[in-house]
Design a protein around this ligand. Structure first.
Ligand code: FE
Length: 296
């Protein structure tokens, strides 16, 4: 079975490009690069041409996720694998692929309707080293683990969602089973495709496709610095500092200008390839009520 190797990029829609450019550079420390069309900018986290495409289309939501396969052979094999599973795949034109700065691209949708792209050959620019939007102690951890992880909302249940992403070669399951007094437990599902503990997760229902995007630092002090910066800029916290039981990440969450959350973390452990579940985090990670409500 051919497998996607990483979450390579994502596209997001925003109401205000100006607000997002400022937020991306000054709060998240991403590098902002002007887009080739009006109303678009690119966000860099490493030497790739971009990791996030920001379009001023008013949606304030996720537009698409881009998953990488190793090369041209795997790309064709993935197309066969998806079609054999009865999943409709649309091959993108070479113009569309070059617009995404990849060699080849196909488009599909997950069972909840989230647009998914599978590509190979991202545009890598070692001649243009990553230049953070503000000071950092270290760098973002991307590499083999891809951009980071994202939590999506889903409308069709675990089984269909899991089966779809299994056809992309991802694996995982329920990592959390939170006890709810008098009711069945509340479950959260996580899937991985590389050394990163998880690349995709689902827990909360929501009006947006995306709940949060996690970016990982290699230096603990960047978690502290970002915390200080969001306090100074009166950015609304979403979830307090804590350590996740499943990926071991020390992290916290805050709201971006589109009303969904960014998580910044440090110290995560690798994927363990055997299922286990938790009833709570190691410590911390308390929801901050108004923000949590706004994000759901
Ligand atoms: Fe997360």
């Amino acid at each position: 079975m051919v497998q996607v190797t990483e979450l390579g990029y994502m596209g997001i829609g925003v109401k205000s490009l100006t607000d997002w450019k400022r937020y991306a550079a000054d709060i998240l420390a991403l590098e902002v690069v002007d887009g080739d069309t009006p109303g678009r900018c690119y966000l860099r986290a490493d030497n790739w041409h971009h990791r996030i495409v920001v379009d001023e289309d008013g949606t304030d939501d996720l537009n698409y996720l881009g998953f990488r396969v190793a090369g041209g052979e795997e790309f064709l094999e993935m197309k066969r694998q998806l079609e054999d599973a009865g999943i409709r795949v649309q091959m993108a034109s070479s113009e569309e692929a070059s617009q995404r700065h990849v060699l080849e691209l196909m488009k599909l949708a997950d069972p909840s309707g989230v647009p998914i792209e599978v590509f190979h050959g991202p545009h890598s620019q070692p001649n243009k080293p990553f230049h953070p939007g503000r000071r950092m102690h270290g760098r973002f951890i991307t590499g083999d683990g891809g951009l980071g992880h994202t939590m999506l909302t889903q409308t069709v249940g675990w089984e269909k969602t899991y089966a779809f992403y299994r056809h992309l070669g991802m694996r995982g399951g329920v990592d959390y089973r939170f006890p709810v007094p008098g009711k069945s437990p509340f479950e959260a599902m996580f899937m991985s495709c590389n050394s990163r503990d998880h690349t995709l997760a689902w827990a909360f229902p929501g009006t947006k496709r995306i709940n949060h995007l996690m970016l990982q630092y290699n230096e603990f002090d960047d978690v502290g610095l970002t915390y200080e910066i969001i306090q100074q800029n009166q950015i609304q916290m979403g979830i307090t500092h804590g350590r996740h039981a499943n990926d071991g990440m020390y992290s916290f969450y805050f709201l971006n200008p589109s009303g969904w959350m960014n998580e910044v973390g440090w110290g995560g452990r690798d994927a363990n390839y055997q299922s286990e579940y938790h009833e709570r985090d190691t410590y911390g990670h308390d929801p901050v009520k108004p923000a949590q409500k706004a994000a759901e």
